[in-house]
Write a protein that binds this ligand. Sequence first.
Ligand SMILES: [Fe+2]
Length: 313
Amino acid sequence: MALTDLIDIELAVPNPSELEEFWNRRGLLTTGTGRLGTPERESQLRLAESDYRHVSQMRIATETQEDLVRIAASLQKMGAAVELGDGWLESIDPVIGHSIRIEVTKTNPLPPIAPRELNGPGRLNRPNRRSEAAVREWAPKPRRFGHVVFGSTDTKASVDYYVNGLGFRISDRLPDVEATFLRCSTDHHNMLILPAPVPCMNHYALELEDFDAIGLRGVEVVRERPDASVYGMGRHVVGSNVFWYLLDPAGGMFEFFADMDQITDDDLWDNEIRREDWDPFTIATYESGISKMDFFLPTDIDVIAAGRERAGL
Ligand SMILES: [Fe+2]
């Protein structure tokens, strides 16, 4: 695969400093102007100011300049806007309108954290000691930006652009609801395209260590704002990830996730495991309650539509 990773997104919101402080409280450091991350992943989210909430740029990693040249040719062939430089390529998503920037960069695998000591039936791993999660002696940080989900007014054109233009691969599809899960790394999905009446971001997702890390960080958000929980915790079927969907102070939905399926053998997955016939109600194998409507479409979609109109999109 030419593409190797999703680096980050730039999120444009009316009050970026409020969002920056929110993420600082969740364990992301300010690693540059408007840039949030950790020492091991310095850029996970970038923030910019805009009069309406939207993703303004996605940055994607690839291996070589030859990859960029090939991607540029594919984009030109489909009539998409593209600019090619030394070590980078920029294009504009033809349906949603954000900037795509692909950079030649080395892969940056995360160092694994030692497995936590969990007791279980017949497994005595933590004798005579309380769990670090129970006594809050553990402040897990978002370890990595993982994926972004967009609502598109033309899902066919969007999937065509990402697959045949940029080189994403299809991991699974729910054809009855026009949902396509796409990857540009070993993650089951780095992107999901859904239908929407107005092009918009559905959610962005940060990977945490495990379910306890999601619980500890998620409950902080709910303590600050009791109506912030949208859906979760639970475990998805497609992608397998454990999830909790919450709202940030800009009104954007984000997901804390863990334990997503990893695809290291593209041929095996694409030929034997990928399904393009999932039932539209295949959302979670278990969850703690029914999702709010924000899960499917931002409840302030009219505000986003008005912002897009002002921006001439
Ligand atoms: Fe997600």
